[in-house]
Design a protein around this ligand. Structure first.
Ligand code: ACO
Length: 349
């Protein structure tokens, strides 16, 4: 069996910086509230028409591929994680394949929201281990700004999210110094509706047992997204923030400890923990619970907000570019999000 390693990493964030103060133009909020609750100071928003989830992914991928010392034609599989795809279908993987003029390789899209990138990495790791592929492009990219409720009604969600992309090239490892040691994936669908975007979808309120007004009044064939849903702002993400917080602070440390124990390590052995940038308060809680020093945890949510599937590869890329991750370092990635799903990956860089 082969081990896999990250051979190249890249990130892309749009130029457009949106500060907390900028958001007060649209909704009743404040820099103080946002910073105190989330640690976010600013985020990036993609150009409204010239940038998409896929175009940002392509920019991040170009850098990752170049740093891996290969060309797009060498990529033999794509795994793309996003919750904000260019199209409802087909997925973004095939759009990257087309945009980067790759061969007729397989392209897989992953819909695991905040833990999407770690899930994607785990899938790619299995393909490398079996010897099936040699150069897998793993991407996390999001264009949230296109579909958030910027009125005061949606402020608990919209202030949190930002746009951006991160990508890595996974290859078989040639030495024991650099390798993914293990990945750990979990889910609990009991609270699926606590952090969710219900529409467009085929659910017809089956799970929530809410009144059927949206669907009864929609003409046949137009129940996926009705006028009524839009009129009632039901086309935006919903989040019960406090419930997410409570679950996240339990599952984050759990899945990190699981990864450490599986490989015979302690929290003190971690060189750098890259937590999904959900909320600085969650990351601080996790740090405290595991007894990690400040230099063992990398956060950049203050600059980019929560970029969901892109947050782990963006943070990993920035940490590496800043010289905080060196060859042989023990790096732990961990994420928790909608589903709920959560995951970790322990690697020797
Ligand atoms: N600006 C000003 N006031 C706001 C805002 C805002 N942007 N958003 C909500 N409020 C108000 C609410 O209306 C409420 O007012 P009220 O008391 O008059 O009713 C008050 O602030 C408190 O609302 P809560 O939702 O209870 O706020 P809380 O203190 O829980 O903070 C937050 C909200 C930051 C979302 C918090 O619950 C949290 O961090 N949850 C974790 C969820 C998370 O991190 N999600 C990220 C995405 S999911 C993921 O990546 C895992």
């Amino acid at each position: 069996m082969f081990s896999s390693k990250i051979a190249g990493i890249g990130m892309y964030v749009p130029n457009n910086v949106v500060t907390n103060q900028d958001l007060t133009k649209y909704m009743d909020t404040s820099d103080e509230w946002i910073q105190e609750r989330t640690g976010i100071k600013e985020r990036r928003y993609a150009h409204r028409t010239e940038e998409t989830t896929t175009t940002m992914a392509v920019e991040a991928s170009k850098i990752a591929i170049e740093r891996a010392g290969i060309t797009p034609q060498d990529i033999d599989f794509i795994v793309f994680a996003t919750l904000s795809p260019d199209y409802y279908f087909p997925g973004c993987g095939v759009l990257v394949q087309r945009a980067m003029k790759m061969k007729e390789i397989g392209a897989l899209d992953i819909r695991n929201q905040c833990s999407g990138f770690v899930y994607a990495l785990s899938v790619a790791d299995q393909f490398i281990k079996t010897g099936m592929y040699k150069n897998i492009l793993v991407i996390g990219s999001e264009k949230h700004s296109f579909g958030l409720d910027f009125s005061t009604r949606g402020r608990n969600v919209s202030v949190i999210f930002g746009d951006g992309a991160g990508a890595v090239v996974l290859q078989p490892s040639s030495d024991d110094q650099s390798a993914i040691l293990s990945t750990h994936l979990h889910s609990d669908g009991e609270s699926a509706e606590i952090l969710a975007m219900y529409n467009p979808g085929t659910h017809a309120n089956h799970w929530t047992k809410e009144p059927l007004a949206n669907f009864d009044e929609a003409p046949i064939g137009q129940m996926f997204m009705s006028h009524n849903m839009i009129d009632n702002a039901q086309n935006f993400p919903f989040m019960d923030g406090p419930s997410v917080f409570k679950k996240a602070v339990v599952k984050f440390p759990e899945v990190i400890v699981e990864a450490l124990q599986a490989n015979g390590y302690q929290p003190s052995d971690i060189s750098v923990l890259i937590p999904h940038q959900a909320n600085l308060r969650i990351a601080q809680f996790v740090q405290q619970k595991l007894g990690l020093r400040d230099d063992q945890v990398f956060n950049n949510i203050h600059k980019y907000g929560n970029t969901t599937a892109a947050s782990v590869p963006i943070a990993l890329c920035e940490a590496w570019e800043a010289g905080k991750i060196k060859k042989g370092d023990l790096v732990c990635l961990a994420a928790f999000g909608s589903g709920f799903t959560w995951a970790s990956c322990l690697m020797k860089w």
